[in-house]
Design a protein around this ligand. Structure first.
Ligand code: M6R
Length: 357
């Protein structure tokens, strides 16, 4: 039920702070110990490499998850688009563990890989919102998102839920290896949930950005470095699928290798600046596109903001910035689609779960 909301997408965007708090509750006991099936812990301990397999938004969440698992738990991770992996399988390590990320748990491309992997006898975990789903039933273990039903075709709360559960998994795996985690997970995720609330209350601002930058444009670029780049891929997907604006996410440093040729007078470029170690370099990229006439919209993390930034995100742990930086991008896409009279919840040519390969 949409309740008083005009669209499921807006409702689901607003549910994100609640979903994060719910995930903390479901995965932690009263002493802040992470509760995970012992089998999952052991499977991760035994693996020499994790292979994350997913499509679309879930693939983008997987990219962020790789960052967590490699930096916190020091486990090598590869992230693959399911449809490519099934016929272009990379050389696997001796003890691979597969993690399938799928909101619906029914995506045919991902399932095809799961079937192959099971035939080869490798262990698999499914990270899904749907407990009884095919991918959940056919994998050895399931990690649930606890995000509640996601109805809008454009995935929003499932993305942040996937990232939060992957963060928990990474911290748990680090602890299991005796590695030190220099932050308090429950506290930091709580800060994220509060920050999400502030962002969900910034709708007017986001609507203004959508009107200012996207009302009539044919295209839009999203640029970022490191983890921001991954969020840019998600921001671009969101914008194109519901507003039909041609949108691309690029790694800041890649622009000069070709794409910058597309920048014209007034081309909107949305830049994310949430990572201190690349703050100056992404600022340099913004200058490059501005020099070619781009209309820049810089979204930065509090503490890293600079004069002229269009929006400053509330302060959160830098590693967890994708959980908050994606919300303005979701809202901007929503309002861009709305003002272009697009069917926000049911975009053309798309289905909520893609059950054909
Ligand atoms: O249910 P899944 O997570 O497996 O779905 C994967 C993609 O089809 C899905 O994320 C798609 O990209 C969304 N429409 C994006 O908003």
């Amino acid at each position: 039920e949409k309740g008083t909301y005009p669209h499921f997408m807006l409702k689901e965007i607003d549910e994100q702070p609640f979903v994060i708090r719910n995930i903390i509750q479901k995965y932690q006991d009263e002493n802040d110990n992470i509760m995970l099936e012992e089998g999952i812990r052991n499977a991760i301990k035994e693996a020499d490499r994790l292979y994350i397999i997913a499509c679309g938004t879930s693939y983008h969440a997987g990219l962020v998850g790789k960052q967590f698992l490699e930096t916190f738990a020091k486990i090598p991770v590869e992230v693959h688009v399911a449809s490519e992996f099934s016929y272009n399988m990379p050389l696997l390590t001796e003890k691979p563990l597969f993690i399938f990320i799928s909101q619906s748990g029914e995506t045919a491309d991902s399932r095809a890989v799961l079937v192959q992997v099971k035939e080869l006898g490798y262990p698999a975990i499914t990270l899904t919102n749907a407990p009884g789903s095919t991918l959940s039933r056919e994998a050895d273990y399931t990690l649930l998102l606890h995000a509640g039903p996601e109805i809008a075709v454009a995935s929003t709360k499932a993305y942040t839920a996937q990232i939060a559960v992957l963060a928990i998994l990474a911290v748990d795996s680090a602890r299991a290896k005796g590695l030190h985690i220099p932050f308090d997970l429950t506290k930091e995720l709580g800060i994220v949930a509060n920050a999400m609330e502030v962002l969900c209350d910034s709708k007017e601002e986001m609507e203004n950005i959508a009107k200012e930058f996207l009302a009539t444009t044919r295209n839009c670029f999203f640029i970022g470095r490191g983890i921001d780049y991954y969020v840019c891929l998600e921001g671009a997907l969101k914008l194109k699928e519901i507003s039909y604006i041609q949108a691309e996410g690029f790694a800041g440093g890649e622009l000069k290798h070709g794409t910058i040729a597309l920048i014209e007078q007034g081309t909107p470029v949305i830049a994310l600046a949430t990572q201190e170690h690349v703050n100056l370099s992404i600022r340099g990229n913004v200058k490059e596109v501005v020099a070619r006439g781009a209309n820049p919209c810089v979204i930065s993390l509090k503490g890293l903001e600079m004069e002229g930034d269009r929006f400053v995100l509330p302060s959160v742990l830098e590693a967890f910035s994708p959980l908050v930086s994606v919300i303005p991008l979701q809202l901007i896409s929503y309002y861009a689609a709305l003002h272009r009279d697009c069917d926000v919840d049911k975009p053309r040519n798309l289905a909520k779960s893609v059950t054909v390969e």
